[in-house]
Every structure is written in C-alpha cells, then in structure tokens.
Design a protein around this ligand. Structure first.
Ligand code: P6P
Length: 322
C-alpha cells in the first residue's frame, strides 16, 4: 500500500530546505492549509447556501463586483494570518491598500483569496493564489517597499484549486509539490510529488474573444497554434487553466490588448506567484519580453501581460514578436 504523507509531515520533513528558522514555514503554510479547507467547505455548498452565493454588492479596487465568497475567503485568510503572528502585513486583491497587522512579523504575504470568483455561480473551478516574502523593513509596521520586491525574492509561492478535488500546490524554491485534500479525514495528502511541467505541449489558453485586440505577433502565434492543430482550452479561471497546463503541458496567455495595454492579470498576487511555481517545475513565465520574476513592482495592484507554461511554447510565443 502506497505511503501516505500529509502536508504537515511533508513540511516538517523538508523544513531544512526553508532558509529561515525552523518551524516558521510550517506556521506560515498552516494558515493557508486551514483556510483552504474552510473555503473549500463554503465553495462546495455555494449553490445551496443563499447567504454565500452571488454578489456582495460592493466592488474591489479593480472595479469588479465582489462575490460574497470573495469577501468570506479574504476575511478568513486575513484573520488566520493575523492570528499566527509571523505575517506583518498582507496585500490582497480584495483590499485597496496594504492590510497591516503591526505585529513585527518577519514576513509579508500577497494574495488573491479567490481568483476567478465570477465562476462561482456557474460551478467552475476557482482558486486561491498566495506568495510569501521576507520583510525588508524593521520594526512593528511593514512598508510599501516590503511589497515592491521582485518576484525572485519570494520565499514561498502556492495556490489552492477548488475543483473536482481540492489541491494545494506550493514551492519554497526546492521543487513543486501537490497535495490533494481527502475530505473524509480533512487532510491534504501528497499526491503530486516533484511536479515537472512538460517542455512542450499541445494546449493553448487565451481568450480568443480579444483576438482583434491583440498585436500582430500574438495573432501570428495563435494562428500558428491552430495550424499545428493544438487544443484550445480556456476556462476563464487562471488557477484552473494554469494547473491543467502545468500537468499536461501548454501555454496560458493574457497579452496586452488595446483596452488593457498592461494586460489584465496582477503582478504581485497572480503572475509572480505562478511564475515561481512554473519555473520550479521547469517552465517559463514572461510578460512577452521580460522574465516575470525580474519585474520590479511599483504599485500593489499593477497589471502585467502574462505568457506562462511550457518553456518551448513561451519562447515561441515571445519570438512571434510584438
Ligand atoms: P477574461 C478571472 O477574473 C481572471 O482574473 C483569471 O482568473 C482569468 O484567467 C481571467 O481573469 C479571465 O479574463 O478577460 O478572459 O474573462
């Protein structure tokens, strides 16, 4: 019978790989582990619970209608992160400004608590995306500089996908490992050790509704994918599209468009997180010209074009030019 390794056991076994004091990584990931289970419970019953379904009636900084589950997930992650005392501040898609805990904690977190939430009401997979950075500042309160670090400074990056099963996938810079939630025991168990994404793939993920908004180079690349009889797969939920391509090989593109010259996706809590993961799995992530992890952020919610997935496919998309 195959050995069962729980996420908690795995973190303990691999603690030595985490640059900083022992036990810190375990505490940091525990908040996401616990919140992931609680969000999973709400996601699974969203269709039934009137009080959790549908729009909250408010908008986030992106001007997007906040779904009730967005707000629930955001509040839950913030509460759990604050309670464990090692995170000093959080930048969340759902909060206009930095959420300060003023506890002198050594880490800061960026997160999209529930990405793709417009899909909640139609029962499509959604996800939580999170990154952990070591603070640069000293003292009780974090500063904006703590959040303006390049993605290459991340100490950990991960996502939780609430799909046909719920998985937590993360890296601390020593490979990528995936854990599937066994709801019967409420435990994440190692199901995808040392994930490596195929160098090539036959899947391309892009919103072709924007085709005439794209540059000539992007249109040429998309046309080439069609000529090669690739499969077009686009769920409209970044974590779900990314996860499928990570496992099967493929590329996800959200290029700049005329109406969104910097693309739609956010650098701090979408592109950077998934870029660290995909590079650790042997893949590649750029904004079309520059490695995502080398980009120097200037704003919390700044957007960037994103080309991410199998290395050979991202290179080809880049060579197709602007
Ligand atoms: P579009 C969801 O809002 C999201 O941020 C990602 O999860 C998803 O990949 C993308 O936007 C979909 O955007 O413009 O294609 O609907």
């Amino acid at each position: 019978m195959a050995q069962i390794t729980t996420l908690a056991e795995f973190i303990t076994e691999r603690q030595h790989e985490f640059t900083y004091a022992t036990g810190e990584l375990s505490q940091l990931l525990t908040s996401f582990r616990l919140a992931g289970k609680m969000v999973n419970r709400e996601v699974n019953k969203a269709g039934l619970a009137e009080d959790i379904l549908g729009a909250q009636g408010s908008q986030n900084i992106q001007g997007e209608a906040q779904q009730k589950l967005d707000v629930y997930a955001n509040d839950l992650f913030l509460r759990l992160l604050k309670s464990q005392g090692m995170v000093c501040a959080v930048a969340s898609e759902e909060n206009d400004d930095i959420v300060h805990f003023d506890n002198g904690g050594k880490y800061v977190v960026t997160m999209d608590p529930l990405d793709g939430s417009s899909n909640i009401d139609v029962n499509v997979s959604i996800g939580t995306i999170f990154s952990i950075y070591r603070r640069l500042s000293e003292g009780a309160k974090a500063t904006m500089d703590d959040f303006m670090q390049p993605g290459s400074a991340q100490v950990a990056a991960g996502y939780i996908i609430y799909g046909s099963s719920t998985m937590l996938v993360y890296t601390t810079g020593h490979g990528v490992n995936g854990f599937t939630l066994d709801p019967s025991i409420g435990t994440f168990c190692l199901s995808h050790p040392n994930m490596q994404t195929p160098a090539e793939g036959k899947i391309y993920s892009v919103n072709e509704g924007n085709y005439f908004e794209f540059s000539d180079g992007v249109r040429n690349y998309i046309d080439d994918c069609k000529r090669q009889l690739m499969s077009a797969r686009y769920i409209g939920s970044l974590v779900a599209d990314f996860h499928r391509n990570l496992l099967k090989g493929g590329i996800y593109l959200y290029p700049a468009t005329k109406k969104a010259p910097k693309g739609k996706l956010r650098l701090l809590y979408e592109a950077n997180t998934l870029a660290m993961i995909v590079e650790q799995a042997g893949g590649m992530a750029t904004d079309g010209t520059t490695r995502i992890l080398d980009l120097k952020p200037t704003e919390l919610h700044q957007r960037c074009p994103l080309y991410i997935g199998s290395k050979a496919m991202v290179e080809k998309a880049m060579s197709a030019g602007k």
